[in-house]
Ligand binder design. Structure first.
Ligand code: ZN
Length: 464
């Protein structure tokens, strides 16, 4: 596979000569307190969207639009003059998390400071750092070449930190103008130790509640004990039936749609530097346990799970109260992997619980939420183009990671828009996202701009 062979000298000298001004623009962006979840910051979210739209205009992007969603707006912009070249849809978000506890910040969260090569501010990494990288990469290419190597569509959301409620309907409604060949979701970062990384999998989610009912109310355990089923006992029986001692989930057909880990997936997990003992002791647990036949990292990123998230019922107070509870409840969730379907998993769980529930109680299982898993093959041309770009700029090949967590809308890019998704971001893994003293590494920031520009060159060269 051929890539761009010589480094782009004009691009490099532009980036060097504009570094101070570009940093200033990034800091301006960070000064806008666009906390999406707090209603009192709605005007700030709009201000951030408008700031971003203006910056995209200045950069030379076209069809710039602050698009209404019913919530915080989505900023759209494109540049579609690379005839015959692939089209890239790039995603980031301009909203940020709340800042409390404020007294743990060493400087006010929306007054960015630059100390020891680190930009400290709320949003410095999640996700305004990645958004500024996308923006400045496009700006630098347009300034030095008057063209981009690929067709580009930017989608910048303002509700990622508060549920992404309006994103999916917006993506569906704008399906036509989001036509493309690959989506870059830039809301991730590097691996432990700031190792360049490409995220190739995210887990999905199925969340359910189990309600077990016995007598119409709590009753005296002396008067009635031994004659009726106890809902708390019944709930324990049900939960105990969900998993085997080998960590396997016993719901029939649960694993039917799981894409087995290929040799290269397992090799990618094995290549990650991971200190199992440090992980164990950081959690304060006596030993790590999980599904037999898989490593800890495979269990965390590449395999599905089922967990009780909460369990309650009956007497919870101090001292003794002799009752048979009328009700018992549990919240249960599954992290899912490709190609598991959350609705099918729920249906299977519900049917299995009906089967294993003991007599004498009535059981209801209800669905509280779903999110689809996603996966992009390591050997996909778009993944490999990103790998070449990272290696060219950061001097080492990336590792491939699978996140245990979920970004449900990634599956929308895959499913609804039919795009392969490459999750590529440049923030340091210990950047205190969602926490006090969030920071971004300035070296990652500068190299991230170069790597993103290089990635688009690589995609153009690969034709995909
Ligand atoms: Zn984010």
């Amino acid at each position: 596979m051929t890539g761009p062979s010589t480094p782009d000298a004009a691009l490099e000298s532009y980036l060097v000569s504009t570094q101070e001004r570009r940093l200033g623009r990034y800091l301006d962006f960070l000064r806008i307190p666009s906390i999406s979840t707090l209603p009192e910051h709605a005007a700030d979210c709009r201000a951030a969207a408008e700031w971003l739209a203006a910056a995209l205009e200045i950069a030379g992007l076209e069809h710039v639009e602050v698009s209404e969603t019913g919530g915080h707006p989505i900023v759209y912009a494109d540049w579609l003059r690379a005839e015959g070249a692939p089209t890239v849809v790039a995603y980031g978000h301009y909203d940020v998390q709340p800042v409390d506890p404020l007294d743990e910040w060493t400087a006010p969260p929306f007054e960015p400071t630059v100390v020891d090569g680190r930009v400290r501010a709320r949003g410095a990494s999640d996700d305004k750092g990645n958004v500024a990288i996308l923006l400045q990469a496009a700006e630098a290419l347009l300034a030095t070449r008057s063209a981009l190597p690929v067709n580009l569509r930017f989608v910048f959301e303002g509700e990622e930190e508060s549920s992404s409620e309006h994103l999916e309907p917006w993506l569906v409604a704008n399906r036509e103008r989001l036509a493309g060949d690959v989506a870059i979701v830039s809301d991730v970062g590097f691996f432990d130790g700031n190792v360049p990384a490409i995220t190739v999998g995210l887990r999905g989610m199925m969340y359910a509640q189990i309600d077990v009912a016995g007598p119409f109310q709590d009753v005296h355990s002396g008067q009635y004990g031994g004659t009726i089923a106890n809902p708390a006992d019944a709930l324990a029986t049900i939960i105990a039936a969900l998993k085997g001692p080998d960590g396997r989930i016993l719901v029939p057909a649960f694993y039917d749609d799981v894409v087995a880990l290929a040799d290269e997936d397992r090799a990618a997990f094995a290549a990650l530097e991971f200190d199992e003992e440090a992980y164990r002791s950081s959690l304060g647990v006596p030993t790590l346990v999980g599904e037999v036949g898989f490593t800890t990292l495979e269990r965390r990123g590449g395999r599905p799970t089922l967990d009780v998230n909460g369990i309650w019922g009956g007497f919870q107070g101090v001292g003794a109260k002799t009752i048979i509870p009328g009700r018992a409840h549990a919240k249960v969730s599954c992290r899912l992997v490709a190609d598991q379907d959350p609705q099918r998993i729920f249906d299977g769980l519900k049917a299995y619980i009906a089967q294993v529930a003991p007599p004498g109680v009535t059981v209801e299982v209800s669905l509280l939420g779903t999110g689809d898993p996603s996966r992009t093959a390591i050997d996909h041309p778009a993944t490999q183009a990103a790998a070449r770009a990272l290696e060219a700029i950061f001097g080492r090949p990336p590792v491939y990671i699978r996140e245990g967590g979920s970004i449900p809308f990634v599956a929308t890019f895959e499913g609804t828009l039919g795009l392969p998704v490459v999750l590529l971001g440049f923030v340091p893994p210990d950047g205190n996202f969602h926490a006090p003293n969030e920071w971004m590494d300035l070296d990652n920031f500068e190299r991230g701009i170069r790597a993103m520009a290089r990635y688009w060159d690589e995609l153009a060269a690969a034709g995909a």
